[in-house]
Each structure stands twice: as structure tokens, then as C-alpha cells.
Design a protein around this ligand. Structure first.
Ligand code: ASP
Length: 345
């Protein structure tokens, strides 16, 4: 790839549709050293683009926290050698991975831009080329003072750059696959890429070096409340063993079933030490447990408000906080604080 001293980007290929090719039996990942054959446009960049390929390449349905750890360690190891990082990743769990990395990378001063595509990069109507080329452009963009334009973990997809821990996949087939329902895009690409500097988070000038947090505690269960949920199901999840925290996906502004059996289970679970995080099932808006009696009952029972967290962001935040702190009260306090732009307050 082209080499000048201008800028340097590391393309990290983890798998997903973007790097797949039809081999007669279905889509399989192609050797990434062939990327220039598939995307000759990359040669037009006037700076160095290196690549790193994960082994094995995976469909992102198989992503596990160990892979996030590998990604964080790789970025740490290569941090001084590159000005930005582009992570090619399957779309199915991209919002989970981008959320996780946003908490795992502390004092980030360089862009870490996730992208992928709905159609393989080599196919005629692919969305992968534009996503890849623009993600590289965003990862290399600097402001007039030479600082990275977007020193955040973000997702570039279908002309929008969105904060990683605000993203959610909303469409299985359309190119417009991601949304950031509670946070405006960090940038939008048209003829020019317009950066939304009022929304982008910059590290404080005194921020020390990049620090990575790789101890994740994954003992989290997710319970989606729904009409007809049985007491036994709620009991199994909320009082189950091997679970340190439960995300309850509630209705509307954070409401759940007002029947005493449900509130009793919640109370017993919280009293037993479990962290219970309330996240709304709605795509947009936030949890407010002061609004309705059903919400108030949850609050009184010790449930923590997730505000306008996505489930992906909430899960990642819990993994990270529980990995960092043994004290559940400390975890609960920090859950309600905005750490990485994941909630609106
Ligand atoms: N199943 C694929 C994956 O997430 C879908 C995609 O890449 O868009 O890896």
C-alpha cells in the first residue's frame, strides 16, 4: 500500500460480510491481502494503510468478549505507530463490540472506526466500498490544530458516523442498517464529510496515555418483560445463580408489571445483591422511574435507571464496570453517570 509520512491507518479485519466472497458453497472470508484487488480505490489514499487480519475470521455472531480483549490489546500495541484504526466487523454484533471498546479504551485520542457492509465488498452493488473508504477518511481526518477529528470509538455506516456506544442495528437487509436514536451523528457524509464538533468528545488536554481495561465480568442476564411473562421465568432470571446483574428491558419510560409477584421478585433480587438495570424497549427516549406507579415501584425496590442507554451500551457498561469494581454499590453509582457519552446527562 502507499507509503508517505503523512498519516498512517491500521485496518483491522475481524470478519463479517464485507470481506467475504462467494466460493460456490456460500459466502466465505477472502484472504485480506487481496483487498487491493477488491478495492483498488484504496491506492488513491496518499498515506500508509497497513492491515492486520484476525485468525480465525468470524461471522460476528460468534463474537465473544475475548475478541474485544484481543482488539483492545492490538490497538494498545500499535497505538503509537498509527494515527487511526478502522475495524472491519460483521454488522450483527458491531454495536456490541463498538460499545465494549468505548469503555475498554481510556484516554483515547485517536479514532477507532468500526465499519462493515450488508453486501460483500467485491459484489457489484456493494455498500462496502463507500463504507470502507469513508471510514478510512474519517480515521485519518485531523482538525486545523492537527488533532484527530474524531478521537472516539464510532461506527461509520451508510453516510453516517455514530458514536459506538449509542448505536443499534435496526435493519437486517437495508444499507441504512444502524441508528443512534438518542444522540445526533458525529458526522454525516455527502459531498463533504461534515463533522458535528458539538457532539464529538475530545480527551482532556491533560489526559494521560491510552489505558486499556480488559477485565470484563460477563455475569449479566437480560430479561425482556412482555405480556404473559410467567413468574417462573422472572424468578429463574432475577434470582438465578451465577448472575451478578440483570438488565430488565421494560416498556415505555421504564415500566414493568405492577403485580405484587413481579415487584416481590425484583425486591428479593436487589436485596440479595443483584444489580438490576432498567433499559427501555423503545428505540428512542429514556427511562424515568418517577413517572408512573409501576416505575416508582421498581425504583423503590432498588432498580437502577439506564436513562437512554441502548441494551448494547448497557451490557458493555456492566461488563466493564463489574470487571473493574467488586463493590456493587460503586457499580450502581457509576451506571447512572455518563462515562463515555453513552447517556444523555
Ligand atoms: N452475519 C454477518 C456478521 O455479522 C452479517 C454482516 O456482516 O453484515 O458477521
Amino acid at each position: 500500500m502507499k507509503k508517505t509520512e503523512k498519516s498512517a491507518i491500521l485496518l483491522i479485519y475481524t470478519g463479517g460480510t464485507i470481506g467475504m466472497k462467494e466460493n460456490g458453497h456460500g459466502l466465505v472470508p477472502f484472504d485480506f491481502s487481496q483487498i487491493l484487488d477488491e478495492v483498488p480505490e484504496l491506492q488513491k489514499f496518499t498515506f500508509k494503510i497497513d492491515s492486520y487480519t484476525f485468525d480465525p475470521l468470524i461471522d460476528s455472531s460468534d463474537v465473544e468478549p475475548g475478541m474485544w480483549k484481543d482488539l483492545a490489546c492490538l490497538i494498545k500495541e500499535k497505538y503509537e505507530d498509527y494515527d487511526g484504526f478502522v475495524v472491519l466487523h460483521g454488522t450483527d454484533t458491531m454495536a456490541y463490540s463498538a460499545s465494549a471498546l468505548s469503555f475498554m479504551l481510556d484516554n483515547l485520542a485517536k479514532p477507532v472506526i468500526f465499519t462493515g457492509s450488508q453486501l460483500p465488498v467485491g459484489s457489484l452493488r456493494t455498500d462496502g466500498k463507500e463504507n470502507l473508504v469513508s471510514a478510512i477518511e474519517v480515521a485519518s481526518a485531523r482538525d486545523s490544530r492537527g488533532r484527530a477529528m474524531v478521537p472516539e470509538v464510532a461506527i461509520y455506516f451508510n453516510s453516517q458516523l455514530i458514536r459506538g456506544n449509542r448505536a443499534t442495528k435496526v435493519n437486517a437487509t437495508a444499507f441504512d442498517a444502524f441508528r443512534s436514536p438518542n444522540c445526533p451523528p458525529l458526522a454525516e457524509a455527502g459531498i463533504k464529510i461534515r463533522y458535528n464538533k458539538a457532539v464529538i468528545r475530545y480527551p482532556s488536554p491533560e489526559a494521560a496515555q491510552l489505558v486499556i481495561h480488559t477485565d470484563l465480568d460477563t455475569r449479566v442476564a437480560i430479561l425482556k418483560v412482555h405480556p404473559g411473562i410467567t413468574e417462573q421465568v422472572a424468578r429463574n432470571v432475577l434470582l438465578g445463580s451465577g448472575i451478578r446483574a440483570v438488565i430488565i428491558e421494560t416498556y415505555g419510560s421504564g415500566n414493568a408489571i405492577s403485580k405484587p409477584w413481579f415487584t416481590d421478585i425484583i425486591r428479593e433480587s436487589a436485596a440479595g445483591g443483584k444489580i438490576i438495570l432498567n433499559i427501555t424497549q423503545c428505540l428512542a427516549g429514556d427511562v424515568n422511574m418517577n413517572l408512573y406507579a409501576t416505575g416508582k415501584a421498581l425504583k423503590e425496590a432498588g432498580v437502577v435507571s439506564g436513562g437512554d442507554l441502548t441494551t448494547e451500551g448497557g451490557l458493555a457498561k456492566l461488563f466493564y464496570l463489574m470487571g473493574e469494581y467488586a463493590d456493587n454499590e460503586r457499580v450502581k453509582q457509576l451506571l447512572e453517570k455518563n462515562l463515555k457519552g453513552e447517556i444523555s446527562k
